[in-house]
Design a protein around this ligand. Structure first.
Ligand code: IPM
Ligand code: MN
Length: 349
């Protein structure tokens, strides 16, 4: 078996964490080949050539089996350019409609909230990744005048909502999950979009009698993340709410340095990434935690069907976190490559 893996190392700490992630990938690779296809995309390329994502490269991405992304973004580039024209463009063009973000507390990781026990935090957020407020619909009217109007519309299609809700119910049935789907929305105020989501959850949910259904407003969900995270197993939510609650989720799992995510097209090309961004404070210092990128490799392996290798990465991560005294940003106590080495050691055992 040969997998063609696209690699976008990107900006900031992206290249450093991707280096460690690929080291782990190579260590757990057994019985299959990996062909790495490198893409020079991100701030450096844009500043050098003015190009963000040329057509030929988008076409090349479409021909891969899967993609690993480090991070994109740079203070020298106007906000929105790389986010919309590179990251969101790939998500949309490849129709990676699921943004899958597990929130797992690994062994030994310090809790941010002292009342959380080791097992309290074990959920997965299924964030809609192809529409909502991210669709780019809207515009200005009378821009720059005192009567300016800025409209940003949330697009929610029956097709889009149904496929993400179905994905969440299927996920809730998988081994190791607790068979509960919670819709997180704001149905009391967003009475059109929220109503569609709730109806679809009820309709699709009725096909899964073994899965419990729950509903929580997004503001209340923030309270429960801190106060009672164990009430969540699978969360399904729209693009914007999913963006916000997964940063909070990352913090309760131990920090942005360990939060991994996948942009998944179950029938197409998916892309996995650490969700923490470029971390300018850490860039070039060898102090960034690579576990999020390594977790992204674990998810990537699971997606391409290399289950045994994915399990070895999981063992490696758990070994590493057990060994590390403290996991929060800035107080890791280990260098980036030492953490990678620990994962490799644990994956071998
Ligand atoms: C994320 C990021 C992106 C998002 C940005 C960089 C466009 O915050 O992956 O969560 O909003 O989806
Ligand atoms: Mn985000």
């Amino acid at each position: 078996m040969n997998h063609r893996v696209g690699v976008i190392r990107g900006d900031g700490t992206g290249p450093e964490v991707v280096g460690e992630a690929l080291k782990v990938l190579e260590a757990v690779r057994d019985g299959f080949e990996v062909e790495l296809v490198e893409f020079d995309l991100g701030a450096e390329r844009y500043l050098r050539t003015g190009e963000v994502l040329p057509e030929e490269e988008l076409e090349a991405l479409r021909g891969l089996d899967v993609i690993l992304l480090g991070a994109v973004g740079d203070p020298r580039v106007r906000p929105g350019v790389l986010e919309r024209e590179l990251l969101l463009r790939i998500r949309f063009e490849l129709d990676q409609y699921v943004n899958l973000r597990p929130v797992i507390r690994y062994p030994g990781v310090k809790a941010l909230v002292p009342s959380h026990s080791e097992d309290d935090v074990n959920m997965v957020v299924v964030r809609e990744n192809s529409e909502g407020l991210y669709s780019g619909a809207g515009g200005f009217h009378r821009k720059g005048t005192p009567h300016e109007v800025a409209v940003q519309e949330s697009i929610n299609t029956r097709h889009g909502v149904e496929r993400i809700v179905r994905y969440a119910f299927e996920l809730a049935m998988r081994p190791g999950r607790r068979r509960k789907v919670t819709l997180v929305h704001k149905t009391n105020v967003l009475t059109f979009a929220g109503d569609l989501y709730q109806r679809v959850v009820d309709e699709v949910g009725s096909e899964y009698p073994d899965v419990d259904r729950d509903y929580v407003h997004v503001d209340a969900a923030c309270i429960y993340f801190l106060d009672q995270p164990s009430r969540f197993d699978v969360i399904v939510t729209d693009n914007m709410f999913g963006d916000i609650v997964t940063d909070l989720g990352a913090m309760i799992q131990g920090g942005m340095g360990i939060a991994a995510g996948g942009n998944i097209n179950p029938e197409g090309v998916s892309m996995f990434e650490p969700i923490g961004g470029t971390a300018p404070d850490h860039t070039g210092k060898g102090t960034i935690n690579p576990l999020a990128a390594i977790g992204a490799v674990q998810m990537l392996l699971a997606q391409i069907g290399e289950k045994a290798a994915a399990e070895r990465v999981d063992r490696g991560i758990r070994f590493a976190t057990s060994k590390m005294a403290s996991m929060r940003a800035g107080e890791m106590g280990f260098s980036t490559s030492e953490v990678g080495d620990l994962v490799v050691e644990g994956a071998a055992g």
